[in-house]
Ligand binder design. Structure first.
Ligand SMILES: [Cu+2]
Length: 162
């Protein structure tokens, strides 16, 4: 029980830590996925699956401005986002700022509270409760079955009028 809770806690921490995002550029004329969400301080990495394309912020001034330039298949480009907000971007070759064709969005948002799991003592089984039923091996089940059958035969022999 305790081991399972610890494993759960480790899982939640891993999920909270691994929030950098990667976006495929292509295949085709698309960012995949078109929208990603990161927390401040996290990085988006674009990976070219197709060419020629770019990842270029709509904004040309402000807290988050980036431009990969036009790159070829196999290229990567990263930008680390610090300021919460919505940052639309586009491909220089196939779209334009505010377009709806080869456009994407990076949303930078403060992370919502992650559930924390506090390891606690396993509950004490209540006498007679379901946790008090022992699990039996095959031989144990056979013995229990024989005992119940013997009890039934005994009860029937008492109940039957002679
Ligand atoms: Cu493109």
């Amino acid at each position: 029980m305790r081991v399972r809770l610890l494993a759960l806690a480790v899982l939640f921490q891993a999920a909270a830590a691994a929030a950098d995002q990667s976006v495929g550029i292509g295949p085709g004329l698309a960012f995949n996925p078109p929208t990603v969400v990161v927390a401040p301080g996290e990085t988006v990495t674009w990976i070219w699956q197709d060419a020629p394309h770019s990842s270029t912020s709509d904004a040309t001034s402000g807290p988050e401005v980036w431009n990969s330039g036009v790159q070829a298949t196999g290229a990567t480009f990263s930008h680390t986002f610090q300021t919460p907000g919505d940052y639309p971007y586009y491909c220089l070759v196939h779209s334009f700022p505010g377009g709806t064709f080869m456009n994407g969005l990076v949303r930078v948002a403060q992370p919502t509270a992650t559930p924390t799991v506090t390891p606690t003592r396993p509950p004490t089984p209540l006498p007679g409760g379901p946790a008090a039923i022992p699990s039996l091996s095959g031989a144990g089940r056979l013995l229990l079955g024989l005992a119940l059958a013997a009890a039934a035969v005994l009860l029937l022999s008492f109940a039957r009028p002679r």
